[in-house]
Design a protein around this ligand. Structure first.
Ligand SMILES: Nc1ncnc2c1ncn2[C@@H]1O[C@H](COP(=O)(O)OP(=O)(O)OP(=O)(O)O)[C@@H](O)[C@H]1O
Ligand SMILES: [Mg+2]
Length: 402
């Protein structure tokens, strides 16, 4: 029996990852994954078209081979310092004479909320409804069928630079794939890791990648603030390499093994010329690692403090991205945010191997989940609109998006 497949493509700063998922009896199942190093990306944006195309081709070929299917359409992740977000509000008169809100009224009001003052080189990536207001009654999550004459919506709008987005899409197309949708990466990471209750209570998702740290803040079930900081785990590696006078490869290995390890230990690294080894202590390593990690986390916190209203309750911080694996990062984040912190391992999806539940795959898997819900209006569809996957999977996925 042939199953419908959906595919997520995460073109990260350090790795390009393609995930193929298929609709099965138990919902969505991951059937193929391909991962290769990214050589053409810097801080989330394309700096070398040819290298990026090669990475996309190689990752997708691997995923196709594993899945045993041909992939043509992918949901593509976007990030980078060019992303901006804002909240907007719009109002329409309910069109039916019976004064009953219809889905076309909902579409009209969400479209009206997309009318913002946008420079010509920027475009809207998402318009995410936060809540609706019907005849002054706030906090309505699904107004269709309700009685009323005046429909308002509060949306979270995410925009990006048209040229940066076009460059990513060019690479996707030249790699022989069609972009079925574009999704801001932390929303994909959230879809793969956050629980419904966490989004209701209020949660901060931080995706600490190689070149960027992406932020998504949820309250009362929807995204209320999103942003990107152009600093990620790679800067830690170069700090360690400079501090311990060793190669980037050695620095990366030490970072992953010891990170901000609190206990006192000795370790040795090779010198820059590779001819000798030198002894160091974890105390020295912490002096390099901790200030940089705390600085990055404080930058994220500062953005949230400046942009999220004070009366919004936030109950937790969830860390994803490869940077979340830094040994002993949780207590540092707990101190900076004064909130409980958890590492965002993947929600249970069939076909996930242990390796794939690691936080650096949250974006790619989340993108495939978005693909399975292709009929959503809040995803930017650069080309043809897809019909979406079967109703059964739609239902299974329904709780992902609330
Ligand atoms: N065990 C670990 N400890 C510390 N850092 C780690 C560990 N594993 C991976 N990293 C770091 O995570 C980063 C890569 O994370 P990830 O794969 O999420 O990035 P990316 O998606 O390619 O980049 P970006 O999202 O910034 O575009 C690298 O800096 C890497 O050194
Ligand atoms: Mg990433």
């Amino acid at each position: 029996m042939k199953h419908e497949t959906v595919c997520g493509l995460d073109i990260g700063t350090t790795k390009t990852c393609t995930v193929v998922a298929a609709g099965g009896p138990a919902g969505l199942e991951i059937i193929g994954v391909g991962e290769v190093p990214s050589l053409g990306m810097r801080k989330g944006v394309v700096v070398d078209l040819d290298e990026t195309i090669k990475s996309i081709e190689a990752a997708s070929e691997r995923a196709e081979r594993m899945a045993g299917v041909h992939v043509s359409e992918v949901i593509v992740g976007i990030t980078g310092d060019h992303i901006r977000s804002t909240n907007n509000r719009a109002v329409v008169a309910v069109s039916s004479e019976e004064r009953e809100v219809s889905s076309s009224d909902v579409r009209r009001v969400v479209d009206a909320s997309k009318i913002i003052n946008l420079p010509s080189d920027r475009q809207i990536i998402h318009a995410l409804p936060r809540y609706f207001t019907v005849d002054g009654q706030e906090g309505v999550s699904d107004p269709v069928g309700m009685a009323g004459g005046r429909l308002e919506v509060d949306t979270h709008i995410i925009t990006g630079s048209t040229s940066f987005i076009t460059n990513v899409l060019k690479c996707v197309e030249r790699a022989g794939l069609e972009a079925g949708g574009v999704v801001f990466e932390p929303l994909a990471s959230s879809a793969a890791t956050l629980m419904h209750e966490e989004k209701q209570v209020g949660v901060v998702l931080l995706d600490i990648g190689g070149g960027t740290t992406d932020i998504a803040v949820y309250s009362l079930g929807s995204a209320i603030y999103t942003a990107t900081i152009p600093v990620g785990g790679n800067v830690l590696t170069s700090d360690i390499s400079l501090g311990l006078k060793t190669t980037l490869g050695e620095a990366e290995a030490v970072k992953k093994r010891l990170g901000a390890e609190p206990s006192d230990q000795e370790f040795s690294v090779r010198t820059l010329d590779g001819r000798a080894t030198r002894e160091h202590t974890t105390a020295e390593l912490r002096q390099i690692v901790v200030p940089r990690v705390v600085e990055t986390l404080r930058m994220a916190r500062q953005k949230i403090v400046e942009n999220v209203p004070r009366d919004i309750v936030l109950g937790e911080v969830v860390l994803t991205g490869g940077g979340a694996l830094l040994p002993n990062i949780e207590p540092l984040a707990e101190e900076v945010f004064a909130l409980p912190v958890r590492i965002g391992t993947l929600k249970s999806v069939a076909g996930l191997t242990d390796a794939l539940t690691a936080p650096q795959y949250a974006t790619a898997i989340g993108l495939a989940l978005f693909g399975a819900n292709g009929a959503r209006d809040d995803v930017m569809h650069p080309g043809r609109r897809r019909g979406g996957i079967s109703a059964k999977i739609q239902r299974w996925l329904a709780d992902l998006w609330t």
